[in-house]
Design a protein around this ligand. Sequence first.
Ligand SMILES: [Zn+2]
Length: 290
Amino acid sequence: MKIIDAHMHYYDIDKFYEVAENAGHENTAACWQQICQENNIVFAVAMGNSEDAPSRYGGSTPRLINLSGPFDEKNYNQPLSMGYCLGVKSEDITLANAEKTAQEFEHYLSDPHCLGIKFYPGYRPVFIYDERHYPLFELARHYNVPVAVHTGDTATPAAKLRYAHPLTVDEVAADFPDVQFVICHCGNPWLLDATEVATKNDNVAVDLSGLLEGIPGPHFYRQNQGYFDYLGMWLRYMNRWDKLMYGSDWPLINIPDYIAIMRQLIPEEHQEAFFYSNALRVYSRIQKIL
Ligand SMILES: [Zn+2]
């Protein structure tokens, strides 16, 4: 079965080399390519980070594709089977510069490999529904690209969880019905809330990236049956298998282990949609690249 990884990071920062090692991988282009070949991963959506970003759109976006060679803004060493979402550094955006920020982002959207816009509430102390984000939502609507929103647990205690609750996405999903939103990480551990927001709003999809990290091993699913029963219960109750996407959050997780766990979670008849075709529809620019 062909797989699209709808949420990963391809980024050259020290922390990612360490977490990749903890997951049994290397944070290198060669390792990523080998994993893709071994697991039939035909395309990946790299989420632009905004750490170390000198500007509002963060040198982040070119830098995220810097693993296979020195940084080169014109030819940034991106595998052809990878697109990216622009990372947003919300706290640097103000109502005064919001329009200008959107114009700066627009420059990147002329690149067909630019697939969407990624927000980091929680890591960034700004709610997704803050008005400073509105021009970026208008931009997403104009270019018909999705807005991906970090929700749920964060990797650092310095982050603030209340900004990252999945219920906050309902505010913008309701006010921008023509914009496609993606609740990243299914709001983990607020799984119920995330599925409710996706159930209620036609324009909200969910990715199941980053629920675990490291090397879960072959018995993880059974050992954590209660967690997966709970998640599976709300996914079945939602009963919208067209809204769910596979994502790894590479380099955080061992990829073969995570795929195996997801195969146990998602009913077999919905796996093609989950692993492949839903991502192709939500990140629709992929269709022009693949
Ligand atoms: Zn991520």
